[in-house]
Write a protein that binds this ligand. Structure first.
Ligand code: UD1
Length: 359
């Protein structure tokens, strides 16, 4: 791409970014011509939302931490832009890599675009077709100002084509599949979570809820949590946003002994909990896919999904947010078909690196 060493700023902000940036940084290290600089915007900052992922996935210490933390959408996005611009002006990178769909993704892409720095968007082309989701706006806008679009699936490539984006679009597979394949065996060896929580494989359900469309609705939270309270053996690593709203809606104290609410867990514990769960119940984008990788059936508490491939073979099902429907589906037997290789071959990081070297 460029002579001498190519200075690349990689941006990571929130929990779902860390597992995508990890395999990429590891691959860049093998190529002398790349000089990666890691910027952590600080959107997630607790040890269990951020630090533990850096430790377990061996991610280099960030060169910069912008310390942005939470805030209203405009505030969080704006503050990220102000701080990220300073880093770009100082470092003068040839490329900025942003991943996923969090507020920092669009914030940093926008800064790079105004400074005429090339942008690569990893996980490009995903669409839920629901513009009420902040993530959907972040995705669409980021894709439209990116110079290189690395898609995880063929569906994502088609979505971009429908919006007229066809140049420098590559289906490289999913970086989350790279990291899953690499770490699931390590998780088996290292994770003590089943023992700690006194769980037996395939005898519990794993649940996570954190998406704004659920947490911000008292009605949705009530339907979901009153349903979960009627099922035995639910393990729920609780996102800080969810805890905050459960307390606000006065549902926190109503959670009964059927649900074991625990703090957010690290990557190894989460993957091992997922691998051994009877079913995954979630509104997370990443976990729908990881459930597919782990061959654990998933129920998604949303109206739509960006990961439509997971639905095709019966491994994932969209569930209406109604107590009785949730209960019925948790208890129902799920019929799954043979899995297709929708998410690549676990070599997404290698493919991205190879493409960037030729540019
Ligand atoms: C963000 C992403 C979402 C992603 C999710 C993964 C956007 C618009 N949303 O949502 O797409 O699925 O991350 O987790 O970018 N908090 C802590 N400790 C932390 C991090 C957050 O206590 O380490 C608290 C914050 O103070 C805030 C809440 O959690 O009250 C929400 O954090 P925020 O970054 O605003 O959004 P997420 O819900 O995490």
């Amino acid at each position: 791409m460029i002579k001498n060493r190519i200075k690349i700023i990689c941006v990571a902000a929130a929990r779902p970014n860390f597992m995508k940036i990890a395999p990429l940084l590891e691959e860049f290290k093998k190529h002398q011509e790349f000089k990666p600089i890691l910027v952590h915007t600080g959107q997630h900052y607790d040890y269990n939302m951020s630090g533990s992922f850096f430790k377990e996935l061996n991610i280099q210490k960030p060169n910069y931490n912008l310390g942005i933390k939470a805030g209203l959408h405009g505030e969080q996005t704006g503050r990220t832009m102000i701080e990220f611009e300073k880093v770009c002006l100082k470092e003068k990178p040839q490329l900025v890599i942003v991943v996923g769909d969090v507020n920092a993704t669009i914030a940093c892409a926008l800064v790079a675009s105004k400074l005429h720095i090339k942008i690569a968007h990893i996980e490009a082309g995903l669409r839920s077709f629901n513009k009420n989701m902040p993530e959907e706006i972040n995705r669409i806008l980021t894709d439209h100002i990116s110079n290189y679009l690395f898609c995880p699936t063929e569906t994502a490539v088609k979505n971009l084509k429908k919006e007229g984006i066809i140049k420098n679009v590559y289906n490289v597979g999913d970086l989350m599949y790279d990291i899953f394949l690499k770490n699931i065996k390590i998780a088996e060896k290292k994770s003590k979570i089943l023992k700690t929580l006194n769980l037996k494989p395939k005898e519990y359900y794993l649940a996570t809820i954190h998406r704004a469309e659920n947490t911000d609705s008292k009605n949705n939270m009530k339907e979901i949590f009153t349903a979960l309270c009627e099922i035995k053996n639910i393990i729920l690593p609780c996102h800080p946003r969810t805890e905050k709203y459960l307390k606000e809606y006065k549902l926190w104290d109503k959670v009964n002994e059927n649900i074991k609410i625990i703090k957010p867990v690290g990557y190894f514990d989460m993957m091992w909990l997922l691998k051994n769960a009877k079913k995954m119940i979630t509104d997370s984008g990443g976990l729908q896919k990881e459930a597919y990788f782990a061959k654990t059936p998933c129920l998604t508490l949303r109206d739509q999904t960006e990961w439509t491939e997971t639905i095709n073979n019966g491994w994932n099902k969209l569930i209406e947010i109604k107590k009785e429907i949730i209960i019925k589906n948790i208890l129902a037997k799920i019929k799954t078909k043979t899995q297709m290789k929708y998410f690549g071959d676990g070599k997404a990081a290698k493919k991205i690196t190879k493409i960037l070297k030729t540019k």
